[in-house]
Design a protein around this ligand. Structure first.
Ligand SMILES: [Zn+2]
Ligand SMILES: [Zn+2]
Length: 98
């Protein structure tokens, strides 16, 4: 899926959400068929990617999951993504629970 890399924000209030995959990290892996990246997908960040973060964009419909680190998962301002990042829909009806 090719989506814009700019202007993303964390979706608040997703901490208690879960899906059939067991974790949002696993949800991303299942959705992409790729191996989990070493680094966080937020541009300018070189921390280890430890979790699947829910992100939204005012120019894109829906919510998406990206590999991110703990601190980027708590960003309140808009951020950009590194190039070539695969975003997986967080909509369970379209992915793991369809
Ligand atoms: Zn899932
Ligand atoms: Zn990060």
């Amino acid at each position: 899926m090719s989506l814009t890399a700019t202007g993303w924000k964390n979706k608040n209030g997703t901490k208690d959400r879960s899906c059939n995959c067991g974790s949002w990290k696993q949800h991303w892996i299942n959705g992409t068929d790729k191996s989990w990246p070493k680094q966080c997908c937020v541009k300018g960040c070189s921390n280890d990617a430890t979790l699947g973060a829910h992100i939204i964009n005012k120019n894109v419909s829906g919510e998406y999951i990206i590999p991110a680190c703990d601190s980027c998962n708590q960003l309140v301002n808009e951020f950009d993504l590194k190039g070539g990042i695969t975003l997986v829909s967080a909509n369970k009806q379209e992915t793991c629970e369809k």
